[in-house]
Design a protein. Structure first.
Length: 362
């Protein structure tokens, strides 16, 4: 009789402990060890552990300490653990909730539709430089991107499912992306297999590849634009020469230089039969950053001579009036110009003798 009474006392004591830890309100909400008026059927104060581990082993007291140390290091003694943590102490970051698995992988999956659709407001990936090694700049990304093929497609229903597909949108909607098998041949590190052999693709890693590919493409475009600009400049100078020739012949589209005057303030006139045509030499140094010397030769019977500097748009930047005859030089001060490419033309008696290029660097 005393033995039965002892068991009864132990039973009632255990019930009181359970009731102190687990509460159920009139709406069927279960609280462990808390309960408050919120529309959740089960409420747990503290962290939650879902595990496939059966027990700690023969010596549970010592083994539990060992296993807790393993968990703190992100390791699981056996099986897999899914942990849901909510901050409770001053040592933990306030207002934080974390979800993690002991095997480093959390999957959102059901046996009805396979892998599920995840919707979220924002997401961040760990990309801290201090957590990385073997950092190498990406190159040749444009060729890699050009090797990829993108498709539109629909997902198949789960073949072995006996239940009705819940999310029909996954099946009927058209999706866009790559095929893992094709990407694996080019970028094998972006493809992995799940336990059923399904090939999973890391779409996030395509972002830096696309960024570098765009940069490489832009460099090619810039080079092409520079080549086009050079051709445009050459065409502009050729057109100027044509215009000047038309002006000398009295053509209606020619550029009129008759307003240029010599130092004696007499209008410039063009001799009919000059004895010499003059000559323009390459500037030295070229390219230059401070000054450069332009050498020229003016015939003795020339009436007027000018050295004209143009920018790549054909605009007249600076004009030097040449009064001396024979061989001479003009110093071009780089401080008076902006860095870039220019053309300079020797004009004798309103006729172009020659045109050359110079480059100013800063």
């Amino acid at each position: 009789m005393q033995k039965k009474s002892f068991y009864l006392v132990v039973f009632l004591f255990a019930v009181q402990i359970i009731q102190a830890q687990i509460t159920v309100d009139s709406y069927g909400t279960v609280g462990m060890p808390t309960i408050y008026q919120m529309p959740f059927k089960c409420q747990i104060k503290g962290n939650l552990l879902l595990t496939s581990v059966n027990n700690y082993g023969p010596n549970k007291e010592t083994d539990s300490v060992f296993f807790e140390e393993q968990r703190d290091l992100g390791q699981s003694p056996t099986g897999v653990e899914l942990r849901l943590r909510v901050s409770q102490t001053q040592l933990e970051q306030a207002g934080k909730a974390t979800i993690g698995a002991s095997n480093g992988e959390v999957r959102f999956w059901t046996d009805i539709v396979g892998y599920n659709t995840i919707r979220y407001l924002n997401a961040f990936s760990m990309s801290d430089a201090t957590m990385k090694t073997n950092i190498v700049p990406l190159t040749n990304a444009l060729n890699l991107v050009n090797s990829l093929k993108a498709y539109s497609y629909n997902f198949k229903p789960v073949a072995d499912s006996t239940e009705e597909i819940v999310n029909q949108e996954i099946i009927k909607n058209t999706h866009f992306g790559f095929l893992s098998q094709e990407v694996e041949e080019i970028l094998p590190d972006l493809v992995t297999n799940d336990e059923t052999g399904i090939k999973m693709l890391d779409y996030t890693s395509f972002t830096p590849l696309l960024a570098i590919a765009i940069q490489e493409q832009q460099q090619t475009i810039n080079l092409q634009q520079e080549a086009i600009e050079m051709l445009r400049m050459q065409n502009e100078m050729q057109q100027r020469q044509i215009d000047l020739l038309l002006a000398q012949l009295g053509g209606p589209q020619g550029i009129n230089f008759s307003n240029r005057e010599e130092t004696n303030n007499k209008p410039v006139s063009t001799p009919e039969f000059p004895s010499r045509t003059g000559k323009l030499y390459d500037c030295v140094p070229n390219p230059f950053s401070v000054n450069t010397e332009v050498k020229f030769e003016i015939p003795e019977n020339a009436i007027s001579a000018h050295l004209i500097i143009y920018d790549l748009n054909g605009a007249e930047i600076k004009t030097y009036n040449i009064e001396q005859k024979g061989i001479g030089t003009i110093t071009i001060n780089g401080n008076e110009l902006k860095a870039g490419m220019y053309v300079y033309t020797l004009l004798i008696d309103n006729k172009i003798v020659d045109t050359k290029r110079m480059v100013l660097t800063k």
